[in-house]
Design a protein around this ligand. Structure first.
Ligand SMILES: Nc1ncnc2c1ncn2[C@@H]1O[C@H](COP(=O)(O)OP(=O)(O)OP(=O)(O)O)[C@@H](O)[C@H]1O
Length: 287
């Protein structure tokens, strides 16, 4: 179990959060830009100092302002994956992983890790030869190499296109379960958060406003088909309103009644539901 209580005065508000995270859960911190999400990850990692607080991971206190405990970054068992990969560009693929290990000679283990993310044949190549998805897989496996207790993921997919994102989300879940590790992810992307998370903390202006399982947070009824999207435009007609909604990388027009229409604004995240099996499908024939 991970207990995190943190207070820190930020520029325009005070971050004041209290999170209890069950071991081996995949947890997301979800909220608008500037809410304090990255700051929480940095405080857990020891990259920033809180004004006061307490961080305890599986019974070991990493930080306690009351007891004057402040474990240095290298002694906190974390793996950190950033949006921009943060790989060492001048080192080979294998050296990037070796760098994260305590014992530099364990090339068998490095090969095993690279195999897990299909990068073994690239082991002697320079980072510049890798695609965005391969770089993020490498960053992920490097973060897991020392078998940390907590994997911190800061918008890990945001530099990737949608089809790649879906594959990497599956791989991320596979690795998190395989390594039996607690993951804490920061993401803006509602469908990503709903798909990956066992538990979600919603944050606004440095405070947790809601927390719970995805079904409860997003009011998901599993008897329905549920699709997440963002309203990007709206047009009213006499009888109904038409919402232009971005779903993944597709744009979909959705007719709604006047009441729903007037309650929604451009930029709102929405959950589109329809009773299961109420769809009709048509094959697209191109030749
Ligand atoms: N060390 C610091 N001291 C004071 N204020 C800070 C510090 N670090 C960040 N902030 C401020 O705290 C606020 C929250 O920043 P943070 O990066 O945690 O937000 P975020 O929710 O991750 O945003 P985004 O989703 O845009 O990345 C911002 O206004 C930022 O300027």
């Amino acid at each position: 179990m991970i207990e995190v209580k943190l207070k820190k005065k930020l520029f325009t508000f005070e971050l004041n959060v209290d999170l209890t995270i069950q071991g081996n859960d995949f947890v997301s911190i979800f909220g608008p830009s500037g809410a304090g999400k990255t700051t929480i990850l940095r405080l857990i990692a020891g990259l920033d100092k809180p004004d006061s607080g307490y961080i305890c991971v599986d019974g070991k206190v990493w930080y306690s302002s009351k007891d004057n405990i402040d474990l240095p970054v290298r002694l906190r068992k974390i793996g950190f994956v950033f949006q921009d990969y943060a790989l060492f560009e001048n080192m080979s693929v294998a050296k990037n992983v070796e760098f994260a290990l305590e014992s530099k000679k364990d090339s068998g283990y490095v090969d095993e890790l690279l195999e897990l993310v299909n990068l073994r044949e690239y082991k002697n190549e320079k980072i510049s030869l890798l695609s965005g998805g391969q770089k993020q897989r490498l960053a992920l496996i490097r973060a897991l190499a020392r078998k940390p207790k907590v994997l911190l993921l800061d918008e890990p997919m945001s530099a990737l296109d949608w089809s790649l994102r879906a594959t990497l989300q599956d791989e991320l879940l596979f690795l998190q379960k395989k390594f039996n590790i607690t993951a804490i992810m920061v993401s803006h992307e509602i469908s990503e958060v709903a798909k990956l998370s066992d538990y979600i903390f919603v944050i606004k202006n440095g405070k947790i406003t809601k927390h719970g399982k995805p079904q409860a947070i997003f009011d998901i009824d599993t008897n329905n088909v549920n699709i997440f999207g963002t309203v990007i435009d709206k047009k009213a007609s006499d009888l109904l309103g038409i919402l232009k909604v971005l779903i993944g990388n597709s744009i979909v027009y959705i007719p709604t009644n006047k009441n729903q229409f007037s309650n929604l604004s451009i930029g709102d995240k929405i959950l589109i539901t329809t009773k299961a099996f109420n769809f009709s499908t048509k094959k697209i024939i191109l030749d």
